[in-house]
Design a protein around this ligand. Structure first.
Ligand code: PHE
Length: 407
C-alpha cells in the first residue's frame, strides 16, 4: 500500500445525546485527574444493571508518515475495522454497549511527536483510553504520559520488555523480544543449520538493539558462534563498511533486527557486495514495502512474526476476507494486532465497573483466554501476553508460514 492510497476512515458521527453527555463530562474533568476518568454515562455494566450506553473515546497515536509509515497506517485500519463492526452491531441491536469514537494523531515515527500526540489525545481530545504505538521506543515515550495521567494504554505490537514495565496503565497484546530473539536463533540453528551468525542492528531503536541482544544470547546458548556484531544509524543509509566486515567473517546467517525500510536497503547493499547467505529478521520487517524497496534482494529471507495471512485458522481467514473487502489489501501483522488490541479493549469496556482509568486498567488486566486473530490472549501479571510466533519466508509478495514456535 502506498501513502497516497491511505486515507483516514469516515468520521464517526456522534448522536446528539452522546455529544451532550460528553460535553457535560468534559467540564467536570481536570487535566491531571486522569483522562480516563470522564465517563460518557454515569456507570458501566459492572453493577449488573443495563449495559452502559454513550460513547467511548479511543485515542490512537501512530506513524502515519515517515520511514515506518505502513506500521501506523495498517494498525489504524485494523482499529477502524474493529470499530466499524462494533458500532454496526450496536446499531443493529445485536450488541449492547457503548459506541466507539476514534481520534488518531500522526507521530511521524518520532519520539517527540509521539509524546505530543499522546499529551494532546489526553488533555485536549479527552480520550478514555489509548492504542499505540507500534515501535517500542515510541511506546516507551507514550506509556510514560499515559501512566502519569492514569489513562490505560494498550500497545498492539511493541515487543521490547521495558514497555509494560512503565506501570499499571500500560499493556500489550503481543509477544516479547526475549521470546522473539529465541525464535530467530532456533530457526537459524535448527532449520537453517547455521553455526556462525553475524548481527547487524539499528543503534537508535530500543527494539532493534534489544532484539539483537536476545537473538545473540540465544544463538550462543544453542552452541552457535557470533562472528561479527555491527550497528548502523538510521540517519546514515550507507552500511557498506559494516557489511564488508560481516562478509570477511563469513557467517552462515545474518540477523537483521531492524525496521523494514532500513532492512530492505541493507539487504540490497549486501547482495551488491556479493553476500549471498540468508538474512533473518524480526517482526519489524512486516510491511509490503520490504519487497517494494528490496526487490530481489529480500526474496528467500525469513522473519519471525505474529501471524501470517496464509494461516488456515477460522479467525485468520475471516479477518483477511473482511479486511480485503474493506481496504482492498491483504492485512499484515500490524493490522491484525491493531484489530486485536481494539476488540480486547472493547471487551474490557463492556465489563468495567466504570470508565475511570484505574477501573478500566484493572478490567483489562483481568482479561483471560480472549480469542483474537493473532491467537489467544491472556494478560499476565506483567500486563504482557504470552503468544506463539511464526517464522515466514518472503516469497514474491507472499509470507509463507514456515514454522510456528510456542512460548
Ligand atoms: N515489535 C516492533 C517494536 O517493538 C514493532 C512491530 C511489530 C513491527 C509488528 C512490525 C510488526 O518496535
Amino acid at each position: 500500500m502506498n501513502l497516497s492510497g491511505w486515507r483516514p476512515g469516515p468520521v464517526v458521527v456522534l448522536s446528539l445525546a452522546a455529544v451532550a453527555s460528553l460535553a457535560a463530562c468534559d467540564t467536570k474533568r481536570n487535566t491531571t485527574g486522569g483522562g480516563g476518568g470522564g465517563t460518557a454515562t454515569a456507570s458501566g455494566t459492572g453493577t449488573g444493571g443495563e449495559p452502559a450506553t454513550g460513547t467511548f473515546h479511543v485515542g490512537h497515536y501512530a506513524s502515519l508518515t515517515g520511514s515506518e509509515a505502513t506500521f501506523g497506517q495498517s494498525t489504524d485500519q485494523g482499529i477502524r475495522l474493529a470499530i466499524k463492526e462494533r458500532n454496526a452491531a450496536i446499531d443493529a441491536g445485536t450488541v449492547k454497549g457503548r459506541k466507539i469514537k476514534l481520534t488518531t494523531h500522526d507521530d511521524a515515527g518520532k519520539p517527540q511527536d509521539a509524546g505530543n500526540a499522546v499529551t494532546r489525545l489526553i488533555t485536549q481530545d479527552k480520550v478514555n483510553a489509548l492504542l499505540g504505538e507500534v515501535a517500542s521506543g515510541l511506546s516507551m515515550v507514550g506509556g510514560q504520559i499515559a501512566q502519569q495521567y492514569t489513562v490505560p494504554m494498550i500497545s498492539p505490537s511493541s515487543t521490547n520488555p521495558q514497555v509494560t514495565q512503565i506501570g499499571d496503565m500500560v499493556f500489550r497484546v503481543c509477544f516479547l523480544d526475549d521470546f522473539q530473539g529465541k525464535v530467530m536463533a532456533r530457526f537459524a540453528r535448527e532449520e537453517l543449520k547455521a553455526q556462525k551468525a553475524a548481527v547487524l542492528y539499528d543503534q537508535g531503536q530500543p527494539y532493534s538493539k534489544g532484539l539483537a541482544d536476545y537473538a545473540e544470547k540465544a544463538f550462543k546458548e544453542m552452541g552457535g558462534t557470533i562472528v561479527s556484531r555491527q550497528a548502523y544509524a538510521s540517519s546514515d543509509p550507507d552500511v557498506s563498511a559494516q557489511l564488508s566486515s560481516i562478509k570477511q567473517a563469513s557467517p552462515d546467517v545474518i540477523f537483521l533486527p531492524g525496521y523494514y525500510t532500513q532492512a530492505a536497503n541493507i539487504m540490497r547493499q549486501a547482495r551488491k557486495l556479493g553476500i549471498t547467505v540468508a538474512f533473518v529478521g524480526g517482526d519489524g520487517w512486516d510491511s509490503d514495502k520490504l519487497e517494494e524497496i528490496g526487490g530481489e534482494a529480500v526474496q528467500g529471507s525469513y522473519y519471525s512474526n505474529h501471524y501470517s495471512p496464509e494461516e488456515e485458522t477460522p479467525e485468520v481467514k475471516n479477518f483477511v476476507s473482511k479486511y480485503k473487502a474493506e481496504f482492498g489489501a491483504t492485512p499484515d501483522g500490524l493490522a491484525a494486532l491493531g484489530y486485536d488490541a481494539a476488540i480486547l479493549l472493547f471487551d474490557a469496556v463492556d465489563r468495567t465497573p466504570s470508565l475511570g482509568g484505574k477501573d478500566l486498567a484493572a478490567t483489562i488486566a483481568a482479561t483471560k483466554d480472549f480469542v483474537g486473530v493473532t491467537g489467544k490472549i491472556s494478560i499476565d501479571p506483567n500486563r504482557d501476553a504470552s503468544k506463539s510466533a511464526v517464522v515466514v519466508k518472503v516469497d514474491n509478495g507472499r509470507r509463507v508460514p514456515v514454522k510456528r514456535y510456542e512460548p
